[in-house]
Design a protein around this ligand. Structure first.
Ligand SMILES: [Zn+2]
Length: 388
């Protein structure tokens, strides 16, 4: 993977490239960023850059270096397929292949998952292993394996690189690596890629150079969705509003149509208000959501509702949201503003946020949508919202 194929993060890329130009590459770096910021991709691109035989560096007028790996040399070809013998990957794994699983046992699955989506999160990874209910782990054995391999020279490139994805899962096993992180072998570089600083051992944090990866800018996500994923401008804006800089989430929302969410959410509100719509009751609706949607799409539906409520507020207080809403959404937003008090709208937002929170923590979807429906039904009837 080349730097040029990673969305945004220009100053980070430059910082990494500059460290090579100045011959000041830290021996242990932690790329710390929120999910979907591209930190894993940056680690992979940096590893490829370090071992590229024909690195491209462009000194500009401010003496800042920009550049990239060539993408064509034998080292790059291997790096791009994640088969470079000097670039090692460690990631959480599950015990579906024996009681002491190591990362290499899952390397085929890892390559496939990364190529499918280099912005994947830990749940996506574990789900891709058909092990949804299992806990991922980076074992002591894995750490010993790393230590053992440090004794060998690199096979064919200058640098031996260890990319450790999700060091949060090292837990106490991480202590095995402390000495190596502190006094690395020559031309050995550790790149740790983490989401959550608080879940990482302090002893590890104190031994790495921390590079904080900012969230992606909204315009970068919009551009990507529109030009690379073929999503309409309007939909790209709608998706970006919901994801707070998380490109992984944006890709998932792009996969389930906004149109479907709009239709389904309006159906939900109609049923809540009237008890049924076109013969469908709240129980039917919850059954449909539970059997047809899948957890990611359910989250998408709730986020859609949340996003729409925010637009309702914007329309009332700032009044400039029309361009972003479809005709049906605008009609609904105007009705809500006519019929619902400020407090009721706040209550809906709070309830939707709570529902998202519980859904992410594996609440039973049927019960969750039923409870939400009963709450909305009570609130909408109390306020006599008319839905056309
Ligand atoms: Zn190259």
């Amino acid at each position: 993977m080349q730097f040029s194929s990673i969305i945004g993060q220009e100053s980070l890329k430059q910082q990494l490239i500059q460290s090579v130009a100045n011959k000041r590459v830290p021996h242990a770096i932690m790329l710390l960023g929120q999910e979907g910021s591209g930190h894993l991709s940056l680690a992979v691109a940096f590893a490829q850059y370090l071992n590229c035989e024909n690195r491209f560096v462009d000194e500009n007028i401010n003496n800042d270096s920009t550049g990239d790996s060539c993408g064509e040399c034998s080292s790059c070809m291997k790096s791009q397929k994640l088969i470079h013998p000097d670039i090692h990957f460690t990631y959480p794994v599950v015990s579906t292949k024996g009681s002491k699983p190591k990362s290499t046992d899952f390397i085929e699955e890892w390559r496939k998952a990364f190529f499918e989506n280099p912005y994947l999160n830990i749940q996506d990874w574990i789900e891709s292993l058909d092990a949804e209910n299992k806990q991922g782990n980076i074992s002591v054995e894995e750490c010993h394996e790393i230590i053992r391999s440090l004794n060998f020279k690199s096979f064919e490139s200058i640098y031996k690189i260890y990319i450790i994805w999700m060091p949060e899962f090292l837990r106490e096993a991480g202590n095995v690596l402390l000495k190596s992180l502190e006094e690395p072998a020559e031309n050995t570089i550790f790149i740790l890629v983490a989401d959550n600083q608080e879940q990482i051992l302090n002893t590890i944090l104190s031994r790495v150079q921390l590079l904080k990866i900012p969230r992606l800018k909204d315009e970068e996500i919009i551009f990507q969705l529109e030009h690379k994923q073929g999503i309409s401008v309007k939909e790209a804006h709608a998706i970006t509003r919901q994801v707070d800089g998380n490109f992984n989430e944006a890709l998932k929302l792009a996969g389930n149509s906004e149109d479907d969410n709009e239709k389904l959410y309006i159906l939900f509100l109609r049923i809540c208000l009237k008890g049924s719509h076109e013969g469908k009751t709240l129980i039917d609706f919850c059954e449909k959501v539970n059997t047809e949607l899948g957890r990611e799409n359910m989250k998408g539906l709730l986020r859609y509702g949340l996003d729409l409520m925010r637009e309702v507020f914007v329309l009332e207080h700032i009044g400039e949201t029309k361009a972003r809403l479809t005709e049906n959404e605008l009609k609904l937003a105007q009705y809500m503003n006519q019929r619902l008090s400020f407090k009721s709208k706040e209550e809906i937002i709070k309830r939707l946020e709570e529902s998202c929170f519980h859904l992410e923590r594996n609440a039973n979807p049927k019960i969750l949508f039923m409870n939400l429906g009963i709450f909305l039904s009570h609130l909408l009837k109390r306020n006599e919202v008319v839905l056309t």
